[in-house]
Ligand binder design. Structure first.
Ligand SMILES: C[S@@+](CC[C@H](N)C(=O)[O-])C[C@H]1O[C@@H](n2cnc3c(N)ncnc32)[C@H](O)[C@@H]1O
Length: 213
């Protein structure tokens, strides 16, 4: 896994076999703050929020959600799914923070709810999104971060079947936000039931998508 510095100075990773970046090369932190925190977490009108993240990756979205929870007095139950976790050693190389809880996000056990602060719990699921059993999570999640690798690279992560599962796991008025604005993704989200809008993308990118249940 190669560490790259993006346009805003924050690191991202380049996946060693598929060559994809984990974030926009314009700025990892900037993209995450725009797409997932601003247009996702903080767009919810709830103070107690259940989040589901597709692709835990570097843990950056989770770290920024933890920081936002403290800043905005939110109580967050954060779930993330990841099939190919990075090592804690790799996480230690990333320049996101000096807060040791960032490494804790990586070292906490899988499949169990862990309390990172009294107001932030993390449950990591080590599983493929396409195999995940959503049945215990019917109408459960208030905010979904869809942060898989690009639809051209991993189309199975963006299928209508996946969005139908996410829709069933979405609470009423839940938000789903993603960095892409690809037409196929928009159609799959709409067919699953979400009301989908195009928003300005991060860091000068034209568009991103957001859906509401
Ligand atoms: C764009 S990166 C995620 C970036 C991450 N959200 C972050 O803040 O660093 C996509 C992630 O999806 C994971 N992934 C790939 N295939 C998967 C699958 N079938 N199920 C779950 N996660 C998968 C990859 O290992 C990678 O960590």
């Amino acid at each position: 896994m190669k560490i790259i510095t993006t346009g805003d100075g924050s690191n991202t990773l380049e996946h060693d076999t598929i060559g994809e970046l984990y974030h926009s090369d314009r700025g990892a932190v900037g993209e995450s703050l725009h797409v997932f925190i601003g247009n996702g977490l903080l767009a919810s009108d709830r103070k107690a929020i259940t989040v589901f993240e597709v692709g835990f990756g570097t843990g950056l979205n989770c770290l920024l959600s933890l920081e936002a929870a403290q800043r905005h007095n939110l109580a967050i139950s954060y779930h993330a799914i990841e099939l190919y976790p990075i090592t804690a050693e790799t996480a230690k190389e990333l320049n996101y923070t000096t807060d040791e809880r960032f490494i804790e996000l990586h070292t906490t056990p899988w499949g169990e709810q862990q309390w990172i602060t009294p107001f932030f719990s993390l449950t990591k699921h080590r599983c493929s999104l396409t195999e995940f059993d959503f049945s215990p999570f019917r109408e459960h999640f208030d905010v979904i971060y869809h942060d898989a690798f690009a639809p051209d690279i991993q189309p199975e992560m963006w299928s209508e079947a996946v969005f139908k599962s996410l829709y069933q796991a979405s609470a009423p008025n839940a938000i789903i936000t993603t960095y892409t604005a690809k037409g196929d993704v928009r159609r799959a989200m709409s067919s699953a039931g979400y009301r989908v809008e195009k928003l300005a993308g991060a860091l000068g990118k034209r568009h991103q998508l957001r859906g509401v249940k």
